[in-house]
Design a protein around this ligand. Structure first.
Ligand code: EPZ
Length: 422
């Protein structure tokens, strides 16, 4: 397993290109199952999660071709041979559950492995299943699989989510495009990735209104055609790299960044003493004069502070002046980066869903272990400013969501390299 070695201290200067959003691409790719016409996705990120989704779709008989080094994905499910999504693939990536809605909508049947939990929580899929049942699906949970049928096709329904779920909104939205009649999704997720999915489905002929608000209305159609769609910029990669110059000092321009994608996050950066300027090419980020100031953070569904930036923000606040309180309200176990940051000298107390961070002058490099995707990149960020060397092990977590992280940071002056593992 590879590791990444970071030697802290260098101020970062330069520019970092931001790729297409992993979490948009992972729901756009299964959308190909809704049509027998080709779907082309441009600005696709080159990540291991995308390769996993490719493998899953190919196991169903879909064609997925990576062109231009994987930045363009040419997909077609004209000759689907199976509606069985196997545990061996699904267990590697929860987003695999997003083939369930499209398979049911187009073929009236699906057999999808339950994803199982992951490091950050149990992450059940009951909201996905309840939504599809409301649309007439007959579901039988047996031997770790969802056996789903909709013999006469799905029917439009009013689906009220008890709490916001990104994935459940995506599964229900895709299924509704081919359901008979009208579907109304209430308390729907409002993330930019949902808006991006709706725009792609509309380009394929779907009739959707209200994406980006808490109520999405879909008029079912009998079939969808092909489309070409550009994946929206990755707001989580954007926020992550905005923290690099914030932590080290210096100034970095994030190409493709827009404030609208990270509004709540930018408000917290401003309070912490970070200047963010929107330019024609992206976002310029620099630390204002003096030390980072402590701020409190509560993670919420969009447009609130993103849970996927909580670990990275904690790394920044470890050396802030004062005490910060971070409340993680989306996942039940998303502070696994805290003990690793404490190995670097951070002062953090975790009680349930609340972490209290008392800033120290400077962290000290140490060997640390990545536990999940966002925790691993928070350790890299901490290492950029720490005294001495930080060695982050198990960086396969990192490669799921960040393309060539060491190259992007090295281009701005970071002392960072990948150490091949055995
Ligand atoms: C998506 O996961 C993202 N993944 C996550 O990003 C992100 O953290 C999350 O949304 C929240 O923004 C992808 O888009 C591939 P949820 P998802 O359904 O859809 C509970 C990353 O780092 N829940 O909004 O799985 C769930 O356990 C990843 O890129 C149920 O109880 O998230 C969680 O506590 C991590 N039942 C909360 O709701 C359900 O049926 C929000 O989950 C579904 C969810």
């Amino acid at each position: 397993m590879d590791s990444i070695a970071v030697t802290g201290g260098a101020e970062l200067r330069g520019e970092i290109p931001i790729a297409g959003a992993k979490n948009a691409c992972l729901t756009l790719m299964p959308a190909t199952l809704l049509s027998d016409q080709p779907l082309t996705l441009t600005n696709a990120p080159r990540l291991s999660d995308i390769r996993t989704m490719t493998t899953l779709l190919q196991s169903l008989g879909a064609e997925v071709q990576g062109l231009q080094g994987g930045q363009v994905l040419a997909l077609s499910s004209h000759d689907l041979t199976s509606q069985h999504a196997d545990y061996e693939i699904v267990r590697k990536m929860r987003a695999s559950i997003l083939v369930l809605g499209p398979l049911l909508a187009r073929y009236g049947q699906a057999e999808v492995s339950l994803p199982g939990g992951c490091a950050i929580g149990a992450r059940p899929v009951d909201l996905h299943l309840n939504a599809l049942e409301a649309m007439g699906a007959e579901l039988d949970l047996r031997d770790g699989y969802v056996h789903a049928k909709a013999p006469g096709g799905l029917k439009g329904a009013v689906v009220e989510f008890p709490f916001v779920s990104v994935g459940a909104t995506e599964n229900a939205l895709m299924a509704a495009t081919l359901a008979k009649g009208t579907t109304v999704l209430k308390n729907a997720a409002r993330e930019p990735e949902i808006v991006d999915l709706a725009q792609c489905l509309r380009a394929m002929g779907a009739q959707i209104e209200g994406e980006g608000t808490e109520t999405i209305t879909v008029q079912g159609v009998t079939q969808l055609h092909g489309a070409t769609h550009a994946v929206v910029t990755d707001r989580i990669e954007l926020g992550t790299y905005m923290l690099a110059p914030a932590i080290t000092g210096g100034e970095v321009e994030l190409l493709g960044g827009r404030i609208a994608l990270v509004q709540a996050f930018c408000e917290k950066l401003d309070a912490a003493g970070i200047a963010v300027e929107e330019t024609a090419r992206g976002l310029k980020v620099a630390r204002k004069n003096g030390r980072i100031r402590a701020v409190d953070v509560v993670t919420e569904p969009f447009p609130g502070f993103p849970t996927d930036l909580q670990a990275q923000m904690m790394a920044l606040l470890c050396t802030a002046e004062g005490t910060s309180v971070l409340e993680e309200k989306i996942f039940e176990n998303r502070f696994m980066h805290a003990p690793e940051l404490m190995r670097m000298g951070a002062q953090i107390e975790v009680h349930g869903g609340t972490a209290t961070v008392t800033g120290v002058e400077r962290l000290k490099g140490a060997p640390v272990m990545a536990t999940d995707l966002r925790a691993s990149v928070s350790l890299i960020l901490a290492g950029l400013a720490a005294e001495g060397e930080t060695l982050v092990s198990r960086v396969y977590h990192l490669d799921r969501g960040y393309e060539r992280v060491e190259e992007k940071l090295r281009a701005c002056g970071a002392k960072i390299e990948r150490v091949a593992g055995e």
